[in-house]
Unconditional design. Structure first.
Length: 92
């Protein structure tokens, strides 16, 4: 972070493919693609509504090699594991 802020160059980050899914009452999974420079990452964040406001209960960012579909599949499996770990049961 210090190197980024010390650099006089402006970072140009692209975002796309935003999706928001209610996975349980007051729990939402937000996924998106982030392109910071020359590589691509997929991001997943679980947000929970609490009496104190919105809280992040899980976040993961994974580098995707050349848009590799197997990498995205792996990320989604990890997200499902983490949902289970924080006590969220998926409702379809």
């Amino acid at each position: 972070m210090e190197k980024r802020y010390a650099s006089p160059e402006e970072d140009t980050w692209q975002t796309r493919d935003f999706h928001c899914l209610e996975i349980a009452a007051e729990n939402y999974l937000v996924t998106y693609t982030l392109i910071p420079g020359t590589h691509i990452t997929r991001r997943s964040t679980i947000w929970r509504q609490t009496p104190q406001g919105w809280k992040i209960v899980y976040h993961q960012g994974s580098v995707v090699e050349n848009g590799c579909i197997e990498c995205l599949h792996y990320v989604m499996l990890r997200v499902l594991d983490m949902l289970s770990d924080v006590g969220v049961q998926l409702e379809f």
